[in-house]
Ligand binder design. Sequence first.
Ligand SMILES: C[S@@+](CC[C@H](N)C(=O)[O-])C[C@H]1O[C@@H](n2cnc3c(N)ncnc32)[C@H](O)[C@@H]1O
Length: 465
Amino acid sequence: MLKLPNEFTAKYRKLLGPKADQLFAAMNDKEPKKAFRINALKQKQDIGYALSKPVLGINNAYYGQVSGSDPEWVSGMVYSQEPAAMFPAQIAQVKPGEKVLDLCAAPGGKSTALAEQLRGDGLLVANDISSSRTKVLRENLERWGVTNALITNESPARLAQHFNNFFDKIVVDAPCSGEGMFRKNPDAVSYWSQDYVLTCQSRQKEILAAATEMLRPGGELIYSTCTFAPEEDEQIVSWLAQTYNFEILPITLSNTNCAAGNPDWADQNPALTNTVRFWPFDELGEGQFVARLQKPASSVITKAKSQRQKRKREKASTRHLTNQEVELIAPVLKPFNLPSALSEWSTRCLVSHDHVFLPALTTNIAHLKILNNGFELGLLKKNRFEPSHQLAMVLSQVEQKQVLELNQPDFAAFLHGETLRGQDKKMQGFILLSYQHLIFSFGKNTRDGVLKNFYPKGLRILKKD
Ligand SMILES: C[S@@+](CC[C@H](N)C(=O)[O-])C[C@H]1O[C@@H](n2cnc3c(N)ncnc32)[C@H](O)[C@@H]1O
C-alpha cells in the first residue's frame, strides 16, 4: 500500500474532485503496466513474447515484460518502456532528414523511437547531463542499431552555446517530481513535497530556456513529464507561450485513452486543452503529460553576447582513411551484407585516435563532451582491424549469411564473456553470432575451433553462482 503524503492527497482532492479517489485507488491497487516496442530498424524476426495485447496508438508496441538477458533485448530487437512514456516520441512525428535534439535523453526510451523515425537520414543529438546515465544511453542507442546520433553529456546551457536556432524538433522529457511513477517506483514518494515540485518547475524553466535558443524559428518543441503536478505541466506550457510567444499546437492521437490538459490549472489559456494527460486510472499506463509547441517563425532567440562563450578554433583531430587502412578493413567487411547507411564507407569514414567512424556531425562540436559521433566501424590495431559492437548491431538491419547460431548454454556463456570451443569451423575470422536467430555480437572463429569473445566487457552479464 502506497503511503501518499497528506499534502499530496489534499492537493489532488482539490484539483480533481471525486476523481481523486479513482487516482489514489489506481496508484494503490493496480500493478504498474509494462510494455515493449519492437525495433523497426532491424530485419523482421520472430520474437518469443506474446503479441496479443497491443499498446493502442503506438506502432509495434505490446504489453509484456522483458528481461535484460533475453535475446530480444540483448540483440536490440525490443526496448522495454512504460506505455504512456511511448507517446512523446510518437507525438514528435519526426521525418527522415530532420535535425532532432533529445535534450534529457537517458536512458534512451524516446531517443530510440526518434532515431527509428529518422530511419538513418538526418541527425539525432541525444544528450543527458548525467555522465553515468549518458553511458547507458549510448549502450541503448548502439543496441538499437542507430547510425546517425551524436551522443553528448552536457548541460542544456552549454549545448546551447554550440547549436543556435539549429534544430527542427526538440524533445524535452524533463526531470520532474515523478508523481506519475509512484506505483512503479514507490521510493519516489519519500522525495515528494510541494517545495520539490516548485524546485522541479524552476529547473524545467532553465532547461527550456536553453531549448528555445536551440530550436530554429518555426521548429517544434515536445515537452513531457511523468508527473501530474500542474506547476510542472500546464503552468510550464503557459509560461512558454507567454515568455517566448510559442504556439500550443493540437495533438492528434488515434484510438488512445488520454485526457486534455486543464486551462484552469494554469492561466486559463484555452489552447492548453491541446496538451494531453495520461492518468493511471485510464488503464493505458502510468502518468504522463505531453505538449507540442511551435516557435514563432520570425523569432530568433540568442543569448547576450557577453554570455556567449568565445569559440576557439577547432583543431582538426580527425583524418580520412589511407589506402593501406582501407585494404586492412575491406576483407573484414567482405563477408557481410552492408546496409545502405554504410555505403561508400571507405571514402566517408574518418579516423580519430585509431577509431574509424562515420560522423553524424562534423562542424562546431570540438568542445562538447561526446560519447559517440555517428557510427563506429571499428578500431585500427597494429596491422589489423577489429570491427565494433555497433557494426554487429547495425548489420542485423539486413540479411546476413556469415552468422553462427548458438544454443542456449553457449549464448549464456558468451554473454558472461567466455571463449567457446568446438564450434563450427566452416566460417573463419569475424562472424556474427545469433541466438533464436537474433544477432547479438561478433565473435572471432579460429582454425582450431575456438570462438573468441567480442561481446563488450561493459555489457557482459555476471554469472550467477
Ligand atoms: C525523465 S528522465 C528522461 C528519460 C528519457 N527521456 C527516456 O525516455 O528514456 C530525465 C532526464 O533528465 C536528466 N536531467 C536532470 N537534470 C537535468 C538538467 N538540468 N538538464 C538536462 N537534463 C537533466 C536526468 O539525468 C534524466 O536522465
